[in-house]
Write a protein that binds this ligand. Sequence first.
Ligand code: 5CA
Length: 444
Amino acid sequence: MYISKSFIPILKNNPSEAKIKSHQLMLRVGMIKQSSAGIYSWLPLGFKVMKKIEKIVREEQDRIGVQEILMPTIQSSEIWKESGRYKDYGEEMLRIKDRQNREMLYGPTNEELITDIFRSSIKSYKSLPQLLYHIQWKFRDEIRPRFGIMRCREFYMKDAYSFDISDEEALFSYNKFFLSYLKTFKKLNLKAIPMAAETGPIGGSLSHEFIILAETGESKIFTDKRVFDLSIDNAKLEKQSLENMRKEYEQYYSVTDEKFDKTEFEKKVSEKNRLITKGIEVGHIFYFGAKYSKPMGASVDLPGGKKDFVKMGSYGIGVSRLVGAIIEAKYDEKNEVMKWPISIAPYHVAIIPMINKNDNSQLDKANNIFSELKKNNIDAIIDDTDENISSKIKKINLIGVPFQIIIGKQSVGDKLEFKEVEGEPQMIELKDVIKIINKQKEKN
Ligand code: 5CA
């Protein structure tokens, strides 16, 4: 891919309407374009990154045995009337009438729809547990959409739902997601901390928000620093192991301001371990037992012949919000350098030749390198514009391509000038470039 032919509409300066760095960068390098308040189009660069995040989220859901489905964005109001949430959800729900005058809505979440799907097919405890997820657009008519795709009205979410026979089994499902979320965020190179949280309009008795630290985050958090040192490496997908892992996290005080209790915080956390800061909520999990299954009549036959309502939980990850959250965590605003983890970078490497109108040799060299990289599953972009090398490097730094091959005066014979973003250049052969990039890809 040539930069001259790509749709990457870069702006010279930061757009004035953007207040936080993720919003600034996403508009500046043309990852998104606002279409109306809180509603965005995703342009190639942004879409590529989001799709890569989605892939990692999906892999980690599949790994714990959640089955993927796809539910529609438009739902009927009937099921929401059954659960009692049609009224409760209030103005955040976008309500629509179809041509038959039926009340429809753009789904803000899917507890009702999934319960309806479940109850129509699953009748026996023998089919439990059922773990289902989808990745789909949601709409919430937020009163104050802000910070670009961080708090917008239309956003892309992974939402999963669990159905179990008893509270004990349901907590096993909950804990599977707890672990899977920690793994997902780790893969995305983020340190997310699970924090006891309020359940809000989703409801239920148990809930954790997964928060990454960021000054620009909207959640105020109160935590025991030692929670950052915990490791999930030894946790296994078994009841006891998962329970122990969650207990280990829960022994450290970690809450958002909705749950904050000053006396408890000061009693449980010594002064040197107290951390009061801000964060971004990238995931949220809930356990709500029979909150939806009871009013909607989703029950199964039990071993003795009796029936009971299934126990449910729901588990969300803000896939589109993660794009912004990762920028908040990784973007060096002062030097205008973005460093995407290679697993989600829009391109693995940028090839930057010096372009000379009367001499095609540098561009030919770039094309050959591009083909060789492609053969090795390395996704490259060639900056074929006629800007000078230093402004090209600036642009690539801003986009956040993690590696650069510069074909300038330094590159002679088989040796190429190769560097990591913010790293020192080294003169090496293409085969070694391939080795370094592939090694980095495997590590992530
Ligand atoms: N049904 C449950 C779990 S599947 C649910 O909807 N949970 S939620 O309301 O907490 O949303 C899940 C995740 O979606 C949040 O953790 C957040 O990362 C993301 N999210 C929520 N609202 C927005 C919004 N307005 N803009 C961008 N992302 C959002």
